[in-house]
Design a protein around this ligand. Structure first.
Ligand SMILES: Cc1cc2nc3c(=O)[nH]c(=O)nc-3n(C[C@H](O)[C@H](O)[C@H](O)COP(=O)(O)OP(=O)(O)OC[C@H]3O[C@@H](n4cnc5c(N)ncnc54)[C@H](O)[C@@H]3O)c2cc1C
Length: 462
């Protein structure tokens, strides 16, 4: 257990000892600094927010948390849906000053510091015609995304983000800095590929990069009927590995490229990326265009980084969401999705469907702590609404929707699990994965210092 030996946090003293930034409750930028992507957690007031300059200072902050007994929040991009990027009363270790990036185009590898976002790394590697796959949003931090797994636009072609992770530098609960890979501390390297922030603070990731130039990609909006939804899923499953798709079945937002008469109707707003020659891309996308007359078709050859258009910094949704995996979305499931979305009273309701498989499924299930290699389709259900006061009604809607759609796959992807309790964390780490992670946690963080996360407590002593 941690002790309460050092509760006298002195902001001036911290400032004198650290080259990074130290922000306390009396500072003018405190409110901005404690803010995360999720407005649901805006009422949390940390004792201090520290932005370390380097791995040594990360070790300093980790030791400060250990010695003070204060709760530690580790933040990379601040997109945790579960509220793990900000502590109430504790310390926020914010990595956002650590944006060093060393690209070796010859060896096709990059060392990326954990304060970088998916978009920042993608833009920088694109200058060399190279890429590593992240998720669907540029502002997500590589820290949370990578340690949870990383499912994005290259998942079928190159696998999860962790499938391109070659090594990492990590600060442990006792303040030590380790270099980990397949040879060095292989148990820890296994655990941080899916096990989240439970084992330490990763300060640098070494990624394998793939040649990536122009892709055929963008948004395709189709009318949503049971036929088009089931047809989309069938086409996505039959597509070559080069094509990864994300189908958002959702109420059409009032966007200028969607004809006004369709605003508020349920549509399929799909994002497609074909990472291969343009002619093959056209061919791979043809079956989707043939499902119905598109309401908008912006799929075209484009430089890979354009998959991440600039994010609106003011967009901070209040949401109730559930993640799950399913085996099939056929006609009956599509009917159910349409019925439930139309019944929602939220500002916007969505069922996001991602066909998996391809390279991700060719990695053995026990090769990393991400244990859902054989899952067929990832589903995110979400209601987005105006104020946290409305949460109960939308929580009920999303819980019932998930129960109705559930099939035989009982897993969940940790990076989309909210603040849902132990059962949801167990769903992310089924069977032996849980036991193995618990044993590694006991070895590297026996006091559970890293506990503000989808927590894996230290397993029993063996
Ligand atoms: C709009 C949006 C879109 C998303 N799209 C995708 C997607 O397409 N694919 C996908 O896979 N996920 C996606 N996610 C989920 C996302 O991967 C997780 O929310 C992730 O945890 C966010 O990482 P972050 O660094 O921004 O968050 P943070 O809140 O900063 O971190 C979340 C948690 O990750 C851990 N962590 C962060 N940095 C480190 C580190 N350096 N070392 C150790 N642990 C660390 C900590 O436990 C921390 O509490 C999306 C989330 C949002 C909000």
């Amino acid at each position: 257990m941690t002790t309460n030996a050092r509760t006298d946090l002195s902001i001036p003293q911290l400032r004198s000892e650290l080259a990074g930034e130290v922000i306390g409750p009396d500072d003018p930028d405190y409110d901005d600094a404690r803010r995360t992507f999720m407005p649901l957690y805006d009422d949390r007031r940390p004792a201090v927010i520290i932005r370390p300059a380097d791995a040594r200072e990360v070790g300093y902050v980790v030791s400060l948390a250990r010695e003070s007994g204060l709760e530690l929040a580790v933040r990379s991009g601040g997109h945790s849906g579960a509220g793990h990027s900000v502590s109430h009363g504790g310390i926020v270790l914010d990595l956002s000053l650590m944006k060093g990036l060393e690209i070796d185009p010859g060896k096709r590898v990059a060392w990326a510091e954990a304060g970088l976002t998916a978009g920042e790394v993608t833009n920088a590697t694109a200058a060399h015609g190279l890429a590593v796959g992240f998720g669907d949003t540029g502002s997500v931090g590589i820290g949370g995304l990578t340690t949870g797994g990383g499912v994005g636009y290259l998942v079928r072609k190159h696998g999860l983000t962790i499938d391109d992770l070659l090594a990492a530098e990590i600060v442990l609960a006792d303040g030590r800095v380790l270099q980990v890979d397949d040879q060095r501390h292989a148990d820890l390297f296994w655990a941080i590929r899916g096990g989240g922030g439970n084992f330490g603070v990763v300060t640098r990731f070494k990624f394998r990069l793939h040649p990536m130039d122009t892709v055929t990609g963008g948004m395709l909006v189709l009318p949503a009927t049971a036929e088009t939804i089931a047809g989309f899923m069938a086409a996505a499953g039959a597509a070559p590995d080069e094509l990864s798709t994300i189908a958002n079945v959702m109420t059409a937002p009032p966007m200028p490229f969607i004809p006004e008469e369709h605003h508020g109707e349920v549509v399929i707003l799909a994002m497609l990326v074909h990472a291969g020659p343009a002619e093959d891309g056209e061919q791979a996308i043809a079956p989707f265009r043939a499902l119905a007359t598109p309401l908008a078709d912006m799929v075209r050859p484009m430089p890979y980084p354009e998959i991440y258009p600039p994010d609106d910094p003011e967009y901070r949704p209040v949401a109730s969401a559930r993640n799950m995996f399913v085996d099939t979305i056929g006609h009956a499931e599509a009917e159910l999705i349409l019925e439930r979305l139309r019944a929602s009273t939220a500002m916007m309701a969505a069922a996001q469907l991602r066909i998996l498989g391809g390279a991700m499924a060719r990695v053995p299930v026990d090769a990393t702590a991400f244990a859902h290699r054989k899952s067929k389709i990832m589903v995110n259900l979400a209601a987005i609404y105006g104020s946290p006061d409305e949460a109960p009604v939308h929580e009920e809607w999303v819980t019932e929707f998930a129960a109705a759609l559930r099939q035989s796959d009982t897993g969940a992807y940790v990076n989309f699990v909210g603040d849902e309790g132990e059962q949801a964390v167990r769903a992310a780490y089924p069977g032996e994965t849980w036991d193995r992670l618990g044993a590694i946690k006991r070895r590297y963080d026996p006091g559970n210092l890293f506990r503000l996360n989808q927590n894996i407590p230290p397993g029993p002593e063996s």
